[in-house]
Design a protein around this ligand. Sequence first.
Ligand code: ADP
Ligand code: ASP
Ligand code: MG
Length: 455
Amino acid sequence: MLVMKFGGTSVANCEAITRTISIVENKLQQKPVVVVSALSKVTDLLYRISDHAALKNRMETSELLDQLRSRHIGLAHDLMSDTPSYCHQACEKINEICDNLDSFVGAVCALGELSDRSKAVIISTGEYLSSNIICCAMNARGIRTGFIDARKMIITSSDYLKGEPDQAAIQAKVPGIVSEAYEGNDAVITQGFVSATSDGEPTVLGRGGSDYSASLIGMAIDASVIEIWTDVDGVRTADPRKVENTKCIEKISFEEAAEMAHFGAKVLHPLTIEPAVHKNIPIYVLNSMNPEGKGTVILQSSFIEDGVKSVSFKENILVINIFSTKMINTSGFLKKVFEIFSENKVSVDLISTSEANISVTVDSSQKIDRVVEQLSEFADVYVDRDKSQISVIGKNIINLRGLLQQTFTPLADCKIYMISQGASYVNLSFVVDRNDLTDAVRQIHKFLFENENCN
Ligand code: ADP
Ligand code: ASP
Ligand code: MG
């Protein structure tokens, strides 16, 4: 079996969905489990709806809900103009989902209180809309397609907005549910991003989580391959939206891909790799707008050559600097510090320490007020804002002579706040001012990938 995940741009409109359905149609022999995201920008819209609901802005939510409904109804008509009964079926479903959401949002507006659980209900609607429409469109095209509600099989903790998958439960549920949905069908379709607790309470896997859904399903059904269909020709040497002349990487290791994603490359959700590694399932990253392209394959490290593969970045991070003379010659100080991060569920990326100082980087989206407050009880704490983190990723980069020189030469005029090289020798990361980011990433990319003599 095969898992095929299609992201927002691959299901953005009638043209994109028609292309996506053809891609699936060509793979029916491999029994695909199709995983879809919400239509492009729909999840953002749903976030806006939930923000307005929390502020009791009923008028604004109603306008946005109307936009949501009309975009999906319009799409159903565009896709199924030749098959009115399927179009009707899709429209009924869209109206049912939108009516339910409307009542739900109305209730949240009335209360003016938005719990994480309620937010999970709202933001997961996009995937229910897209999967229902695409399921109807596939059936209309003659591909008998079974529908699966991801909440029945992607089981997580009750962290409603970033559920932690229970892999044992997922492994136990998915194969049976998929094979039942396959009965009498040529394909099955389900929602990415969407999940639930074991009691059926709604959760989601976090932004960009559809990739993660695909690899969890792939792991559970022992898929031969997991395909991530997106809007770029595979994994590239840097984010093509930021850097010109990027190149497609033909193959990279699981570890390299995981580090790239973890250190900012949006092309994959950071946790996508882990379930696939368990079962050694290759992941392909492919372009739905260029289905003939080779894309990138992500494989076991033994198939991959040493060397620099890409430059990733996180645009907006914070550096928390912790100073204390009590750190000198005492054991247990680091434990105390990191327990505070852990208790407050703030995850740390880079760490560097000196005699009386620890510096850590965290993503700026995380809430650090409590951490700073608690650390300040026994240390001086300074938070540096408007910083960016750049990571050079590649297998065994420690063996590359001159890598540090090549990386830092173009940054001669940049202030560098922290440098860290992981023990796995897969990444070299450092922190610069946010204002310097674009220039720095472009210069490093030029030096590492666009200069024949240096790579
Ligand atoms: P989808 O909606 O298909 O999940 P995303 O927008 O989440 O697509 O991810 C694809 C985007 O990831 C690309 O358009 C690209 O801008 C960005 N990206 C960031 N880093 C890289 C990289 N190294 N290689 C390819 N794409 C990257
Ligand atoms: N629709 C969700 C998001 O935009 C999940 C995904 O696309 O992967 O974050
Ligand atoms: Mg994505």
